[in-house]
Design a protein around this ligand. Structure first.
Ligand code: IVH
Length: 725
């Protein structure tokens, strides 16, 4: 077993363990940094992340000479804890209620009037402004100087991005003229469409991932660890409101906007005062008509009550002010032609149909592809190749194909044929096949998706599958994280799981030896080869789990291993199970199918659906070849003792929980015995538990069993039940 150092207390680590743990932490922290900063998709909480960094620091404090070149503590330019520090907003950054229909806008005016107790004929002046589709920030000025800037975050607490904001031309370092001692200026960071397109063009050339739209591009550019990166991105800022202010800033919002201009901010030039709902709606329609030709994305119009004293009286409800509302634009739609339907293969082998469209601009973005989700969705909307279709793009969501323009579809015989995934997949093959690797593709009853069964061979699945293959509960190979696997894939040094085990033998044969690669040396190459060597021999159950058959987890792998004992026996049984299954392909009851297929279904944890997944894996010749290749590459599978519960076992299939101290047996022996008899041993009690066996000083598990009405046995009763007493 590789040493799992992640759970060992820092003070208990010896030198060797510390070295392993520091390497692990460096890799894990780098991964979380990437998820957080580059993908905006953190997978762990900030507290957990901080704990990882703390642990890294503590180990380095104990073993200073083990601190790594790539240690997270050494990364320069990193904000505190490698992320951005948190900033609590002096006043929360509110969101806005939405209006969609003219009636909602009329309703807003009425509510305001009612709340302020104004007669129906008192005009309520509002300021209408375009709603910029960017990200809001708060800028703190003290004595006229910019001191701190933060993102909105959850409205209460945001992230400190001051150094990045200082690189923006639109954010003055000093306010011109008189200003309150302390004032928070708030507004929207955005990117012009033209700048966004140019940025993406440069990213295509640099082989970097593209931003989906100007908003994401602005957000990604602002939240950079290195302010120099932000400085290189054309970010802009419109100011439109304030947070805390230590002194007066005028009597109306309109006046405030003029003050903002005087201080040196850009204020949206379209902002306009309106005295009635009709005027507000006219503004909305005019801006809507202009929308496509504006140089930046907007997603609606914001109406704000102009008088500050009225704003104060109106106050807020549940995080949104009563004095403002956002009137949203409907999603932008356009008509184009569905040129073809392609099928993409995801990381885990899911096959997804997507629309290949005649390119068209919607909301300032050229759209040429859009997901069609799955086969049923295509059937429901009846999309056919050649159809004219409506596509839409709302806010930052990915473009959707909404509907077919039926009027444009030729009638009768000239109409294009319906899309049938199986037929498309089967083109040029004997059976539906994965478009990437040609392996058998299946769609199971009750599932919406088609899936490629070539888990061991499909290039689209390679990275995810190989990662799984070497993961802790599978082959458990140290030092082969996703990043390294990707490197080996990119270099062509590893294509399949079997290649891992021939890496050393092939090293330096057709290409540069690993030790000479950038970032590698003789020691790190040797360490990796050793780690692989150490895992060449693997227990059968781990092998089964590693292979990555859909639905087969660690527990099922264990039961399969105990049932079949070794790989040849299992393969032979599966070949027979396929024959048995094919005699009754639509049958849903295993006992009616019989043979090896029924035997497979009888194994703990395996139902008919999973059994189908397992035999589908063995149907695929590519997978059979990949299994052969693993053996060929020198993987040694340690057989597992076959545990066949006796036919008359009284506890077969039952879940048993042992608790308390047993008298005649050790806990381990009792559990092993129960498993031999076909019982499933569990650690906690649930409604599904068959028996709870209580020894001396049994605690809460016995109580729980009582409350759930689960059968409780003494040790003696248990031994009698299994015929041992
Ligand atoms: S005023 C308390 N004005 O819309 C009112 N917001 O849906 C605070 N936004 O988080 C917002 N343009 O990011 C206001 N002219 C504008 C805006 C605007 C865009 C965004 C802002 C806010 C969101 C609320």
């Amino acid at each position: 077993m590789a040493l799992d150092t992640s759970k060992i207390a820092v003070k208990k680590l010896d030198r060797m363990m510390a070295e392993i743990e520091l390497a692990r932490l460096a890799e894990e922290i780098a991964e979380h940094d990437k998820l957080y900063h580059q993908e905006d998709a953190p997978r762990i909480s900030d507290a957990d992340y901080d704990a990882l960094r703390r642990r890294n620091g503590e180990i380095e404090a104990r073993f200073p000479d083990l601190a790594r070149e790539d240690s997270p503590t050494r990364k320069v330019g990193a904000a505190p804890a490698g992320r951005f520090a948190k900033v609590r907003h002096a006043k929360p950054m509110l969101s806005l209620d939405n209006a969609f229909e003219p009636d909602d806008v009329e309703g807003f005016f009425q509510r305001v009037r009612r709340f302020l107790d104004l007669p129906a004929d008192t005009p309520v002046e509002i300021v209408a402004e375009p709603k910029i589709d960017g990200l809001s920030i708060s800028l703190r000025y003290e004595k006229g100087r910019f001191v701190q800037g933060a993102t909105r975050g959850d409205g209460v607490e945001g992230e400190d991005v001051t150094p990045n904001l200082r690189t923006l031309k639109d954010i003055p370092e000093r306010l011109k003229g008189e200003a309150p001692d302390v004032i928070d200026i708030r507004g929207e960071i955005y990117m012009l469409r033209a700048d966004f397109l140019a940025l993406n063009e440069a990213r295509v050339k640099a082989d970097e991932p593209l931003f989906a739209n100007p908003r994401n591009s602005a957000a990604g550019s602002l939240r950079q660890i290195n302010p120099a990166v932000t400085a290189s991105r054309p970010l802009r800022f419109f100011a439109y409101t304030m947070g805390e202010a230590s002194g007066p800033v005028g009597k109306t919002h309109w006046e405030f906007l003029q003050t903002l201009k005087g201080w040196g901010f850009h204020v949206n030039p379209k902002a306009k005062r309106c005295a009635s709902p009709e005027e507000a709606l006219a503004f909305y329609n005019a801006i809507g008509a202009e929308r496509a030709s504006l140089p930046y994305d907007i997603d609606g119009v914001v109406y704000k009550v102009n008088r500050f004293d009225w704003q104060d009286q109106l106050g807020m409800v549940s995080r949104a002010p009563r004095w403002a509302i956002a009137h949203k634009f409907p999603a932008e739609q356009a008509q184009t032609v569905l040129n073809d339907i392609g099928i993409s293969v995801g990381r885990t082998g899911v096959l997804t149909p997507f629309a290949i469209l005649e390119p068209i601009t919607v909301g300032g973005v050229v759209v040429s592809r859009a997901t069609l989700h799955n086969e049923d969705e295509v059937a429901r909307k009846d999309f056919r190749v050649g159809d004219s279709v409506i596509i839409q793009r709302a806010g930052d969501v990915i473009p959707q194909v909404v509907a077919v323009v039926m009027d444009k579809r030729p009638t009768d015989k000239k109409a294009p044929p319906r899309f049938v995934m199986a037929d498309v997949l089967a083109k040029g093959h004997k059976h539906p096949a994965c478009p990437v690797c040609g392996s058998l593709a299946v769609r199971e009853a009750g599932e919406a998706v088609w899936r490629c069964t070539g888990v061991l061979v499909c290039p689209a699945q390679r990275l995810a599958r190989l990662s799984h293959f070497v993961s802790r509960l599978a082959f458990n190979i140290d030092g082969l994280g996703e990043e390294r696997l990707q490197l080996f894939l990119d270099k062509g040094a590893i294509k399949t799981a079997a290649d891992i085990f021939t890496l050393r033998a092939r090293d330096g044969v057709d290409a540069e030896p690993l030790a000479t690669w950038e970032g590698w040396g003789p020691q790190s190459a040797q360490n990796l080869f050793n780690a692989i060597e150490a895992r060449r021999k693997v227990p059968f159950e781990r092998f089964i789990y590693a292979v990555g058959i859909y639905q087969v987890g660690e527990a099922t792998a264990k039961w399969l291993a105990r049932h079949y004992g070794d790989l040849p026996t299992w393969r032979q049984a599966m070949a027979q199970a396929i024959i048995d299954r094919d005699k009754a392909p639509d049958e849903k009851k295993p006992e009616k199918i019989g043979g090896e297929f029924a035997n497979l279904c009888a194994i703990t944890g395996i139902g008919i659906k999973m059994a189908d997944d397992i035999i589908d894996f063995f149907r695929e010749e590519n997978n059979q070849a990949a299994l052969d290749a693993l053996i060929e590459a020198g993987v040694e599978i340690e057989p597992v003792e076959i545990i066949q519960p006796p036919a008359d076992s009284p506890v077969a299939g039952k879940t048993v929980v042992f608790t308390g101290t047993l008298q005649t047996l050790t806990r381990q022996a009792a559990e092993a015995q129960a498993e031999k008899l076909g019982a499933k041993v569990a650690g906690s009690v649930s409604k599904k538990t068959g028996y709870v066996v209580v020894g001396a000083d049994a605690g809460s598990k016995a109580d729980k069993a009582k409350s759930l009405g689960v059968a409780i046995l003494t040790e003696d009763e248990w031994l009698k039940l299994i015929g041992e007493a």
